[in-house]
Design a protein around this ligand. Structure first.
Ligand code: ADP
Ligand code: MG
Length: 198
C-alpha cells in the first residue's frame, strides 16, 4: 500500500516520555527500516527560533515539514521501501502518513519519567493533560491511513509483526488493537490530589 512516491511512511508519535524512541529502535531493528528522530532533525537543521518559558523549542513547523518531506523523497530515491519518522511533533505537522503508531503510557509512569528528565512542573502538567486526552492520537487522525495505539509489550509486538509483514510486501490482516482510554487514571490523580494542579 505504498503511496505515490513508493515509500511507506510510518509515524511513531505520542506524548514526550511515553517510549517512542525506545519502541522505534526496536521496530527499526525488527523490520530493517531506518528511523528518523524529528527532534534530531529540528536540532541538526536548527529549525527553531528560540526556547519558550517551559524550556521547549519553538519549532519552525513549515520548514520542518519541508525537511521531513525531503528526507522521505531521498529515502525513496535511494530505494528504501519504508521510513519510520519518530516524534511528538508529527502529530502537529500537516504531513500524511501511511501507518501511525501512537505509543501510550501510564500517567504515573509518565510523571516519574518526565521528573527524571528534569522537566519543570508546568511542562509535566502539560504532558499529563496531553496523554490523558490522547492529544497526539487525536491530532494525527485524519492525516494517517491507519492508526494503532500501543502501550503494553503485547500490543507493541503485534504492531511490529504487522509492519514487518507489510514492509516485506505481504498483505497482513490489520491488527485489532483496543483504543486506549486514560480518563480513569486521570480522575484517580485528580481525586487523590497531586502537585500538578490537575
Ligand atoms: P520518548 O521518545 O517518547 O520521549 P523514550 O523512548 O525516550 O520516550 O522513553 C522514555 C523513558 O522511558 C526512557 O528512560 C526509556 O528507557 C523508558 N522506557 C520506554 N519504554 C519503556 C518500556 N517499554 N519499559 C520500560 N521503560 C521504558
Ligand atoms: Mg524520544
Amino acid at each position: 500500500m505504498p503511496k505515490k512516491e513508493g515509500i511507506l511512511v510510518i509515524a511513531v508519535t505520542g506524548t514526550p516520555g511515553v517510549g517512542k524512541t525506545r519502541f522505534a529502535g526496536e521496530l527499526s531493528k525488527a523490520i530493517g527500516v531506518k528511523a528518523v528522530e524529528v527532534n534530531d532533525v529540528v536540532e541538526g537543521e536548527k529549525l527553531f527560533t528560540g526556547i519558550d518559558e517551559s524550556g521547549s523549542k519553538i519549532v519552525k513547523m513549515q520548514e520542518l515539514k519541508k525537511e521531513l518531506k525531503a528526507i522521505e523523497v531521498r529515502a525513496s530515491k535511494s530505494g528504501d521501501k519504508a521510513i519510520i519518522l519518530v516524534g511528538h511533533l508529527l502529530a502537529d505537522l500537516k504531513l500524511e502518513y501511511d501507518t501511525s503508531i501512537v505509543i501510550r503510557a501510564s500517567l504515573r509512569e509518565l510523571v516519574s519519567r518526565l521528573e527524571e528528565r528534569g522537566y519543570q512542573k508546568e511542562k509535566v502538567r502539560e504532558n499529563l493533560v496531553s496523554e490523558s486526552i490522547d492529544y497526539c492520537g487525536a491530532q494525527i487522525s485524519g492525516r494517517s491511513k491507519e492508526i494503532y495505539e500501543a502501550e503494553d509489550a503485547d500490543q507493541k509486538a503485534i504492531v511490529v509483526s504487522y509492519l514487518k509483514a507489510l514492509v516485506s510486501g505481504k498483505h497482513p490482516e490489520k491488527p485489532n488493537l483496543p483504543s486506549i482510554n486514560k480518563m480513569e487514571e486521570m480522575l484517580e490523580l485528580v481525586y487523590e490530589g497531586n502537585s500538578y494542579g490537575l
